[in-house]
Every structure is written in C-alpha cells, then in structure tokens.
Design a protein around this ligand. Structure first.
Ligand code: UD1
Length: 343
C-alpha cells in the first residue's frame, strides 16, 4: 500500500499536474473536488499519463460534515495538498463575500478535520500576490507582505496567517506554503492543461485561444510601465516544474526534514519577462501568429514581480528546468488537443 495524499482541487490546472507527479513518484492520491471549475474527464487524462487513476470524491470542502465523512472512509491519509479555491482577481473584487467564504471556510474545515483525524502534514497553495508591488526585486520570502490589492490576494494572506496560528496553537500541524509566481504551460503529453471556463483572465490561455481562433485578438494591458519595453513583467513558471515542487515538499514533510513548523517558499524561475516577450516566445515556439493590440492598463495590475528562488533551490533542492519556448509549445499542443476533443 502506497502512502495516501489528498489533493483538493485535483482536477484543476495545477492540481491535476501535481496529481500526475505524485502518482509517478509512487504515492496514492485522493482527489477532492466539487468540479466547480474543472471537468471530470481530467481524471482520464491523469490516468493516461500516470497509468493509474487517483481516487476521486466529488465534494465541496465548505461542507465540513462531508469532509469528515470522507476522511472517515479513507483511513491512513498522510498529508494534504490544498489547491481548491477561487482564483480570479476581478471576480473577487465583484464578489468579495463569495471569495472569503469559499477560500477561508474550506481551509478552516480542512484544518479542523485534519486535527480530528490526526493528519499532520499540509502543503498550501499560496501566491506571489501576497507581495503586492514589491519595493525591491527579486522578491525573497522575507520581502514585506503588502496590503492586498484584491479580496483574492487577501484570502491568500489570511490563509497563511490561519495556518501559522494553528501551528502556534500546538495543534500538531506542520506545513509548507508555496508562493507561486505565474504558472503556465501544460504537461508534455498534452493530456492535461489549463482550461478556463469562459473568457480567460490569464495571459497564456488568452494567447492560445486567440491563436486557435476562439478569440479575435489579445489585449495587451498597458505599454507605459517603467519596464524595458513598457509592458508588465512577471515570472512565468512551467506548471510541471511547479508541480514537482509539491512532491518535494511532501517528501520533506513526511521525512521530517522540514526545519520549522511553517516553511514558506517562492516558486518561480527567477527571471522576469514582459508581456511582449511572452508573445514573441509563443510565436517563435509555434510559428503561429495572432492579432494583438495595446489597451489601457488593467485595474489592480502591478508593474513587475519576479522571484528570488534561492531558498527553494537550497532547501528543497528544487529548481525550474523547463524553458519558456518548451513551455509555450506545451501550452499550444494542449490547446489544440483539447479543442479536437471538444469538437
Ligand atoms: C495574478 C496574480 C496571481 C494570481 C493570478 C490568478 C499578482 C502579481 N499575480 O496574476 O497571484 O494567482 O492572478 O489569476 O497579483 N495580460 C494581458 N492581457 C491579457 C491577460 C493578461 O496583457 O489578456 C497581462 C497582465 O496585465 C499581466 C500579465 O499579462 O501583466 C500576466 O497576467 P495574468 O496571467 O492575468 O496573471 P497576473 O495578473 O500576473
């Protein structure tokens, strides 16, 4: 019997890639997901790649009785990786209560259920959004946390505090918070990838959907930033690289190698890229041109952010490996594959 890891949000974008990496590393996986923003067919994609199917429970983690019942039915859970959350910044501004309720109640329910079932190890999906617009670049884990610019960002900050306070209370929890920069790309098999419902909010899915003809043109939000080419700069991290960091974190917690009860790591490449550089890389990687135009800045966007990944490199022994061109190729292969499947 392999060790059993719970992945909440495991049919989602990062959750599905992480499930594959966990299965391939020899763990069993129980996905808990309410399919609010994902499709059940993702399980087939996972099985095709990993040769094994994860256990699956369709469940909203805001339903505490459901979570307790689920943990009852799967004894021996060793650790939990918590991805399930709402993540659209503008939607969070329009519907703050929905964001606070969903993202915080689910976390509290999980931590309470973990305590009842004596499950100790927890990996939390956090975000570079906690740094806001940093005063100094690249950002380290010691960079100051800025007042959140959206309810979504605030839920990530509050979640980290909830986890830390739970640890301080001596509830027998140890945890790793992973602060993602901008996850992009797809599994090289093109069996799983990002599939936003409706109009994509994020850059790379908008690019691939424009290139395939679903969208007419990409809007570049601002070319008057104080950056080399005027467009905003982010740290785009390949989703498989990002997922590997979760397996490393689980190994670390299960082997007791973590140094503190709460460890926090930045997950990025360490390189900042502008929107124009991403567009150029996509065209170079795929040979596919698409239309774009410069429009006004998007509300709430920051000018630039990229990671100092020294801590993750040194402590986790993890580093980003896949280059931008291969990442763009993978995003494009996935977009083509999923549209063929959906036809
Ligand atoms: C933000 C958050 C991130 C969060 C993510 C969830 C920050 C720094 N990052 O990412 O933590 O997990 O939302 O959705 O707060 N762009 C365009 N045209 C488009 C779409 C995007 O030009 O159609 C530009 C944006 O202005 C930005 C860059 O592309 O400069 C990346 O945007 P996006 O992919 O939406 O991610 P962030 O806003 O950086």
């Amino acid at each position: 019997m392999n060790e059993l890891i719970v992945v909440t949000g495991g049919t989602g974008y990062i959750g599905s890639h992480t499930t594959v990496e966990l299965l391939e590393a020899g763990y069993d996986v129980l996905i808990i997901d309410n399919l609010a923003n994902s499709r059940i067919e993702v399980l087939d994609g996972i099985e095709k790649i990993a040769g094994r199917r994860p256990f699956f429970e369709e469940l909203d983690i805001c339903n505490k009785a459901g979570v307790l019942d689920c943990f009852e039915r799967y004894p021996g859970i060793k650790a939990i990786i918590h991805f399930a959350a709402h993540k659209a910044v503008p939607e969070s501004v329009a519907k703050p209560l929905m964001y606070y309720e969903n993202n915080l109640v689910s976390l509290i329910n999980l931590l309470q259920a973990m305590k009842e079932h004596r499950i100790k190890h927890f990996v939390f999906s956090s975000s570079c959004t906690v740094y806001g617009q940093p005063d100094k670049l690249p950002v380290t884990e010691k960079s100051p946390i800025k007042i959140a610019s959206s309810p979504y960002g605030n839920t990530k900050q509050i979640s980290e505090e909830i986890i830390n306070d739970t640890i301080l209370a001596g509830d027998g929890l140890d945890a790793i918070c992973l602060r993602y920069f901008n996850p992009v790309g797809a599994h090289t098999s093109a069996e799983i990838g990002e599939l936003p419902l409706g109009v994509p909010q994020n850059l790379v899915p908008f690019i691939t959907q424009t290139a395939i003809g679903i969208r007419e043109e990409l809007s570049v939000f601002g070319d008057d930033y104080n950056t080399p080419d005027g467009s905003a700069v982010r740290d785009y991290i390949n989703v498989v690289d990002l997922s590997r960091a979760h397996v490393v974190s689980i190994n670390r917690l299960l082997s007791g190698k973590n140094k503190r009860d709460l460890e926090i790591f930045n997950l990025g490449t360490g390189t900042g890229l502008s929107v124009f550089e991403v567009i150029k890389a996509f065209v170079e990687a795929t040979g596919v041109e698409f239309k774009y135009k410069v429009v006004d800045r998007r509300d709430g966007d920051i000018e630039q952010v990229y990671a100092d990944t020294t801590l993750a490199n040194d402590e986790l022994g993890w580093k980003a490996e896949v280059g931008l061109i291969d990442t763009m190729k993978s995003a494009w292969a996935w977009e083509q594959n999923i549209r063929n499947q959906m036809e």
